[in-house]
Design a protein around this ligand. Structure first.
Ligand code: GGG
Length: 336
């Protein structure tokens, strides 16, 4: 029996609702299989700050380190005090953000199946700067080491997933530190001659994502550009309710939906859990549970194909729990 210790951080707003959906589905996946999940709930976020005085208590960090992997849902206003320290503190240097068109999901980008690899530890997110009453400075730190590391990660992912092209996205025509990033990507690209390599300026990339999204396969970019472009890419494939992600390092990994706590719909039971559940699919792949990840992704696809149980963001009237139950039913019915 394979046993996994999974740290869970439900967080704020719709976080606990989509986390419940994910955990209930994982329990269903355990049934009759040689795998078991031990969930360890940890706290972080706005509510945790109110209760404990810290948005990211040290027990939470310790709990993640003692687990095989972490599932994170969403936090609200305290994002910068939770997500950034987790990514940098655990050296989760690669943020994988896929954008893929699924059946029956209203979308504007046809044939989109791309993945954005966002450098996750430096750039403006280092939060090095100064602030006075009427001015502020944030240093945009880009190093050769981190750039080469993320470039290599992107090419390795392209190789593993049999993807054809890596696009390095930058603003090296204006920002000198992006020359370091592009040169690193170019150097690493030489180690992968069978994968096509190109460079695109970030503003041109933002436009081309709308005009010709099917062109993109693997996009590798710096932290801030990756944040913005991945929301744009999510917009091509049905919105943030369909956007999963993984924060990957050499020792630890945290999987989370791209969306935040969505306070406008929190507590109403109508949040789309699919971004969270697709993050579980990514987590299972990372754990090496390829068969389970395939079963789960197929169950999601089956529910979407039928188009009967969809949350309001996808044009339906179903609730979060309806969607998770429909996915569980598919897992059951297929007798996997
Ligand atoms: N899962 C990503 C996440 O929690 N992001 C935090 C965030 O964007 N917070 C702002 C908000 O919830 O409005």
């Amino acid at each position: 029996m394979k046993k996994y210790k999974i740290a869970t951080i439900p967080g704020d707003g719709i976080g606990p609702e989509v986390m419940d959906a994910a955990l209930s589905i994982l329990r269903k996946l355990e049934n009759g299989r040689d795998v078991s999940f031990d969930f360890i709930e940890l706290s972080a976020g706005d509510e945790t700050l109110k209760k404990t005085g810290s948005a990211l208590p040290s027990e939470t960090l310790r709990g993640i380190k003692q687990s095989d992997v972490c599932l994170f849902a969403a936090v609200g206003e305290t994002a910068k005090d939770v997500i950034i320290p987790l990514r940098q503190g655990l050296d989760l240097y690669a943020n994988i953000r896929p954008a893929k068109v699924y059946p029956n999901v209203p979308h504007i980008g046809k044939d989109v199946d791309l993945v954005i690899i966002r450098e996750n530890t430096e750039d403006l997110y280092k939060r090095v700067g100064f602030q006075a009453d009427d001015w502020g400075v944030s240093l945009r730190i880009i190093t050769r080491q981190a750039s080469e590391r993320i470039a290599r990660f992107a090419f390795e992912l392209a190789k593993k997933e049999e993807r054809k092209r890596v696009t390095c996205v930058h603003k090296a025509n204006v920002l000198d530190n992006d020359i370091i990033f592009t040169e690193a990507c170019r150097r690493v690209s030489k180690e992968y001659p069978s994968i096509e390599y190109e460079e695109t300026i970030v503003d041109a990339c933002a436009m081309k994502l709308i005009l010709k999204p099917e062109h993109f396969d693997v996009v590798v970019t710096t932290n801030m550009f990756g944040d913005i472009l991945s929301d744009e890419a999510a917009g091509l494939v049905g919105g943030l309710g369909m956007a999963p992600s993984g924060n990957i390092g050499d020792r630890y990994a945290i999987f989370e939906p791209v969306h935040g706590s969505a306070p406008d719909i929190a507590g109403r039971g109508i949040a789309n859990p699919i971004a969270m559940v697709l993050s579980v699919v990514m987590m299972l792949k990372w754990l090496g549970e390829l068969e389970l990840s395939r079963i789960l992704e197929n169950a999601i696809v089956d529910v979407l194909k039928e188009g009967r149980v969809l949350t309001p963001d996808l044009g339906g009237k179903a609730g979060t729990k309806d969607v998770s139950e429909a996915i569980e039913e598919k897992i059951n019915r297929k007798g996997f």
